[in-house]
Design a protein around this ligand. Structure first.
Ligand SMILES: *Cc1c(COP(=O)(O)O)cnc(C)c1O
Length: 379
């Protein structure tokens, strides 16, 4: 089936009542029919029917073999990093969600794991950086916040030639637009908080594997069972409800984003617009080749840091807030919010500075969004 159908119907347990809306199983534990017998559900940390329906739905959307729904995007990324061993070398996109860089540098760096940031849009550079102990390449594409596009299929080949994994944080495009596992990636992670939820009301994360029979699947299963990062059944239900409109929301957001990107670049106070749906964006062709849409995220630079700060205070409809992917448009100031803890050299190298703003475009009328921005841009 096609994406729009899978998003609405996905997996459904259809219990004895025939309920169309998936039941929320608020049960921490489950009765055994008899000694040595199980319904398949024993204890909520290990399996919950509502969460399992959600996990199977996400696997269908990503065309993966197995998914885990966890309490945040960072909990999902933690599951990826915790499989590493001291002495392992990891290549990461140099332009990444700030929390991922913090988890790598400030937590796992202390356990002897060697994280190296590279421009993963440059395949030759990535090839040169591979070492015998390189266990994983970890990327975002388009990246946060500079919207750089990396070649998933080619990076998978480079990783596999070295017996390493390719992990893709697919938060920015969602499986509606991009399915990294079908391009050769081994692991997909999501901040489910963003497009998958889409309503700015829950924090959630996902990890999906291409192969369910590998050592990796057994390891993640053991980790989830042992550490208990699972998503609650209530939040699992909210997520299932959100996924039904994923395609409608993200298609509309991408349409609005293109209109706003084209409009923003015509404004005299705007010096750069970064959106992979613009034909002169360096990643335009590659994104078109590996994804079916350009997403709803735009970054742009304005003529001065003072103007950037003034805009944040003057917007009325668009909220100055962290996060992204919801139906409401949000504007973020990466240097002070999402990327505040990014090392200075990386900020300079990637071009994240105090004139950069990141817009998460919602599903409002594009003309109203333009009017709000126009009012904030002018003196
Ligand atoms: C928000 C975000 C995360 C972290 O997810 P949480 O749900 O906030 O823990 C990871 N990656 C990207 C690209 C994000 O935007």
């Amino acid at each position: 089936m096609k994406d729009f159908t899978l998003e609405v119907h996905g997996e459904h347990s259809y219990d004895y009542t025939g309920a169309i809306s998936e039941p929320i199983y608020l049960s921490a534990t489950f009765r055994h029919p008899g000694f040595g017998q199980s319904t398949g559900y024993d204890y909520g940390r290990v399996a919950n029917p509502t969460r399992q329906t959600l996990e199977k739905t996400v696997s269908l959307l990503e065309q993966g073999a197995r998914s885990w729904a966890v309490s945040s995007g960072m909990a999902a990324i933690n599951l990826v990093f915790i499989i590493l061993d001291p002495g392992d070398h990891i290549l990461l996109s140099e332009d990444l969600y700030g929390g991922t860089i913090r988890l790598a540098n400030d937590i796992y760096g202390h356990y002897g794991i060697d994280f190296e940031y590279v421009d993963t849009t440059d395949l030759e550079l990535v090839r040169q950086k591979m070492r015998p102990r390189t266990r994983m390449i970890f990327i975002e594409t388009p990246s946060n916040p500079m919207m750089n596009v990396s070649d998933i299929a080619e990076l998978a080949k480079i990783a596999h030639a070295n017996d390493a994994f390719l992990t893709v944080d697919n938060t920015f495009l969602s499986p509606h637009f991009q399915k990294p596992l079908t391009l050769g990636a081994d692991i997909v992670v999501h901040s489910g908080t963003k497009y998958l939820c889409g309503h700015n009301d829950i924090i959630a994360g996902f990890l999906t594997l291409r192969d369910d029979t590998s050592w990796l699947a057994k390891r993640i299963e053991l980790l989830v069972k042992s550490e208990g990062p699972n998503l609650s059944s209530m939040d699992s239900w909210l997520m299932l409800r959100s996924l039904k409109t994923l395609g409608l929301r993200v298609e509309r957001q991408a349409q609005n984003a293109l209109a706003l990107a084209e409009w923003l670049r015509k404004q005299p106070q705007v010096t750069h617009v970064y959106y992979p749906g613009l034909a002169d964006h360096p990643g335009f062709a590659l994104n078109k080749q590996q994804a079916t849409g350009s997403g709803g995220m735009i970054s742009f630079k304005v003529s001065s840091p003072d103007l950037a700060k003034k805009i944040l205070g003057k917007l009325k409809l668009i909220a100055f807030a962290e996060s992204l992917g919801g139906v409401e448009s949000l504007l973020t100031y990466p240097i002070a919010q999402t990327h505040a803890e990014m090392p200075k050299e990386l900020l300079a190298k990637t071009g994240i500075d105090d004139t950069l703003l990141r817009l998460s475009v919602g599903i409002e009328d594009a003309d109203d969004l333009k009017a709000d921005l126009l009012n904030a841009l002018k003196d």
